[in-house]
Design a protein around this ligand. Sequence first.
Ligand code: 6GP
Length: 800
Amino acid sequence: MTNEKEPTLTREGFRDDILHHLKYTVGKDRHHASVYDWRLALSYALRDRIVEPWFASTKATWDNDYKRVYYLSMEYLIGRILEDAAINLGLKGLAAAALLDLGQDFDVIALDEPDAALGNGGLGRLAACYMESMATLGCPGYGYGVRYEHGLFRQRFEMGQQAETPEDWLSQRHPWEFERPESNYTVRFKGHMEERHGKTVWVPGETVIATAYDTPIVGWEGRWSNTLRLWGAKPTTLFDLERFNRGDYAAAAAPETLARTITRVLYPDDTTYAGKELRLKQEYFLTSASIKDILRRYLESHDDITELDKHIAIQMNDTHPALAGPELIRLLVDRHDLPFEQALEISQNVLGYTNHTLLPEALERWSTWLMGSVLPRHMQIIEKIDAAHLKANPARPASIGIVRNHEVHMGELAFVMANRVNGVSALHTELVKSQLFPALDKLHPGRVINVTNGVTPRRWLKLANPGLADLVTETIGEGWEADLDRLEELVPHIEDNGFREAFMAVKRANKAEAAHWMKVKCGIEVDPDAMFDVQVKRIHEYKRQLMNVFETIAQWHEIKKNPEGDFVPRVKIFGGKSAPGYAVAKEIIHLINDVAEVVNNDPDMRGRLKVIYPPNYNVTMAERLIPAADLSEQISTAGKEASGTGNMKLSLNGALSIGTLDGANVEIRERVGAENFFLFGMTAQEVIERRKNVNHAREAIEASQALKDVLQLIAEGRFSPNQRDRYHGLVHRAWNSDYFLVTSDFTDYQRAQAEVDAAFLDPDRWARMAALNTAKMGFFSSDRSIRGYMENIWGARSAL
Ligand code: 6GP
């Protein structure tokens, strides 16, 4: 692969490229072009520069018969593409200059792009980071996903409550993709099985066509480029002409309705299992089209289907694509006439499964009735897989069968079908072995391995925080973007006053920018010198935003009691969406907004406490808030957060963490050192012990006057004066159930928060700790994670 930019590309040349696209692709003249038109023209001009490396990468893979990696995921939380592509191509400066010549501003244009939100949270954003790292490392691969017409809903607050409206990223032209109408596969559902000439034949009841849309994913410096292939759905017959002519328009459009429904929306739920027929169809739609495409590509250059496992690896991102196993077996047996046992073995050799959560409600299960009616052939195959596994492991306990209690257990299916199962942080992997799949782990020792998550430094440092990225380059030179361990070279500079001052000046500037943005977005003025205390992530009980609000209320109460006292000024910043059907999470959102209303309008709080909750947290908002954070809240109940990746992004950008021993916090703390991490709370083991005491909540509350006061204030309606009993249910649950142990960890959390205050009062100490966080984050590059997958799971080699 060539590492060079095209030698001919100059500012003038690029300007002409933009003008060419504006005129001939967008169809506008420059005097009447809107920001949208300019954005399209710029995107096409940049995209042109990806095509060469993209073709070259594809050709190199064919010519050298490299092993290909296929990443199957129901979610890709991509965010904006334009600036990321420009940075990876090394063309951001040139593009900005060319635009300036045309009277346009790069930043304004980049901001016009919709935030592609084909994912809910951690799992989807991880998939996006991994696609970028695979391209950077030259790992020949494809991402497969669904081209949802509507991504994750838009969040608004109405009287403090979350309201959802549909997102419509595709209502505008999407310049990064290439439609591939020639790459299409029929996906079948329902119907029945027949025996014909000794063969089992599936006669489907419904069919749709999956058609490919390709987005090139360019790696750092444009050295390699892979493809993200998203499937759209089309009807097999356009419409029923006979019915149409009879005037029955609705029935005539039925085939189209079926197709459109499948790719209409992303299920707006993370970490919960959606027991819907449509969801099962979506999962099969992705899986079937992808597996057929994989086999088609393989057979174009290989004759022997039994050698498949030498040439490809397929990764299942959680259980959502776990039908990959049965589908691959089905095709090998029914279409390629392999015996079942051989098909099973080949499939197991190519498949890997990543688990992303221990929450029991997230482990997918489908009733055998539903599976049997939507996918009758797969139900047969799943039963055969289960029987074969039992035969090979006669000691297998009944409690871990794939099919049991009239349900298909997708976690067990994925485990049995995969040659490697991985957790996403060291602690989580241990819990996958000991809590989630203990019996399967015993039967298959060594199958479960760990690959700690990572984030791409190109987006999460270079793009999101140009000030810090420049300081890093000035201090240790170029090249850290693709070799993040080099951040360690910052360590000696931390002793240098000048470096620390420069580091904090960048933070101050980012905070000032964020403060300005918050003023515009939320109408609230905040002091950039106050501590920015940030908790941004999905709203979930286990992530314990509630504990953070309780602490905010306790702080408010302290200030009220002592209005002349000295307090470290804080801005509490929240961001995140709740699943639309998750009532308890929505109640937490309401409470945060109610508390914000009281706090922000209380003159006693001025210069001391503010609460900001900008609506519609997404990748773009993360890019704005993370570089401005001083404190990173990673406060989940130990044993519940599989890894977390926001924790890595925040540390990388020089925020200090307050957190529990959960997920990747454990590894972050190991690296930054215990003295630079504000640890509190119970361990995963202590959590289990604590729950055995049925009075844990009551006892914890009785032991803390502050907490008692907080609950009393909420119960009295101090934050909901127009509906005083609004939070009676919430307060009742805090006293009586509190499964996530907010009350038991609260006092220790307060203690740690007081330590945070003390550290913040010593700016020099804080600066050292913050810079050390950045310096020690090399390990958390997604390049390191992908290397781990390549070596220990996929057996894939870099093409570079
Ligand atoms: C998330 C986990 O909650 C988070 O801890 C982890 O960092 C992330 O996955 C990436 O591994 N899980 C999901 O988003 C999810 O939907 C089914 O799990």
